[in-house]
Design a protein around this ligand. Structure first.
Ligand code: CO8
Length: 381
């Protein structure tokens, strides 16, 4: 690995969080799923009776909360998801001259981040959209957001599943460090609900929709009262088939159903849990030490929000008996797994109370596998 040392003086000066107005509780989601399963089992009663097909088993709100910590999730459109005959959101197609839904979500978060940082579109040279899924291939969602804001310069999209936010923040930090941009707007609109198989008991409860955004700039240009100086960034990827989404444009040429089995999100959750927890803890430990601190001294960990048991395990490994919900806050109880946005939501909601000199870590871990972290220190200006 390279010995590159990040120059000091690059800050995250503001973040924004856009939360969809609609939410679905576990109880509501499970009621819709169970009604769908009953319809399915009635429809295929003869095949199930003959042993040719397996019946769909019931889902349970208690299981979901115990296994994951998730109690509810926000979604852009709940009606279709809760219809046992439909089981997916209803999102009417928009015309080419209308802002697309993912850009609209990202734009809302971007405006909040700019306001928090005290920046205008004229201050921004580069816009990055990082997300687990992109609504289309081109023109880039980032360029659509750039145009809607009136930012000059350039913009691009990138996808690294759950690490799309930390990896895009790292690209922003590099751009500011190298001087290729004065300030970068990082936007992470996670539009998860259209790709969830709400008819699959193992995964119907996992994800929610949300958008977050961040402004990265130099300390000298920062006009906010306080900011978070980036002490270091670290990224790691290790190939794994345990989390996959095979939906893609080549399905048409392969003569397979683009929405058929295995084409939406699927995972081997147990194996992910077992393999990713030690990798993430070791990654964070090494990164914190590289920036001159001991893991137990770090004031706050804004961890990826996939599973509360995973986060508690990692927090315990990092902070021992000092681990608690104040030092490793949980937002997945309300937001569910929001892909790459989870750790930034935790940062947005749980960082204002910290004092100058306090250190914290934003860390993502998920599909790829991919792990991304930023070690931060609060500064006053
Ligand atoms: N209701 C009742 N029972 C259920 C349900 C349900 N809904 N689902 C499963 N069960 C049953 C299973 O069938 C199983 O039954 P049996 O023992 O008879 O076979 C039993 O409950 C136990 O099932 P599991 O072993 O699967 O349960 P776990 O305790 O492992 O919990 C979890 C499942 C919650 C999925 C857990 O394994 C987990 O969270 N693992 C970590 C996964 C993780 O972090 N994944 C990352 C995913 S996301 C990501 O990185 C990239 C995707 C980006 C897209 C984002 C867009 C926003």
């Amino acid at each position: 690995m390279s010995e590159y040392k990040l120059p000091r003086g690059i800050v995250i000066s503001g973040t924004g969080l856009w939360t969809p107005p609609e939410s679905i509780s576990n109880q509501e989601l499970v009621a819709a799923y169970n009604a769908h399963a009953a319809l399915y089992n009635r429809k295929y009663a003869a095949e199930i009776e003959a042993g040719e097909m397996a019946p769909k088993l019931e889902s349970s709100a208690e299981f979901i909360e115990k296994a994951s910590g998730i109690k509810s999730r926000y979604v852009v459109a709940r009606e279709g998801i809760l219809d046992p005959e439909r089981m997916r959101p209803y999102l009417p197609e928009r015309a080419d001259n209308e802002l697309c839904l993912q850009a609209e979500m990202g734009l809302a978060a971007a405006k909040l981040a700019l306001e928090k940082a005290g920046k205008t579109p004229e201050d921004i040279d580069m816009v990055i959209v990082g997300a687990s899924y992109l609504q289309r291939a081109y023109p880039a969602i980032a360029i659509e957001i750039q145009a809607a804001l009136g930012v000059e310069g350039f913009a691009f999209d990138m996808e690294v599943a759950c690490s799309s936010a930390t990896f895009s923040l790292q690209r922003a930090v590099d751009a500011v460090a190298s001087g290729s941009a004065r300030a970068v707007l990082v936007v992470n609109p996670e539009l998860a609900s259209p790709q969830i198989d709400f008819t699959d008991r193992d995964s119907h409860f996992i994800f929610g929709d949300v958008a977050v955004a961040s402004v990265v700039e130099r300390r000298e240009s920062c006009t906010a009262d306080t900011a978070w100086e980036v002490l270091g960034t670290k990224a790691q990827t290790v190939f794994s088939n345990n989390i996959r989404s095979n939906f893609g444009y080549t399905a048409r040429a392969a003569d397979v159903d683009p929405f058929g089995p295995g084409k939406l999100f699927r995972q081997n959750g147990r194996r992910v849990f077992k393999e990713v927890c030690p990798m993430a803890a070791a990654h964070i430990e090494a990164h914190v030490r590289e920036t001159g601190s001991e893991p137990a001294e770090v004031r706050r960990y804004w961890l990826h929000q996939a599973n509360i048991n995973m986060n508690n395990l990692i927090a315990k490994k990092l902070m021992g008996d000092g681990a608690n919900a104040e030092r490793a806050p949980i937002v997945l109880d309300r937001y569910a797994n929001t892909g790459c946005a989870g750790s930034v939501i935790a940062f947005n909601l749980h960082s204002d109370d910290l004092q100058p000199g306090d250190r914290g870590v934003i860390c993502s871990f998920g599909a790829g596998y991919s792990i991304g972290s930023l070690v931060l220190e609060k500064i006053s200006l």
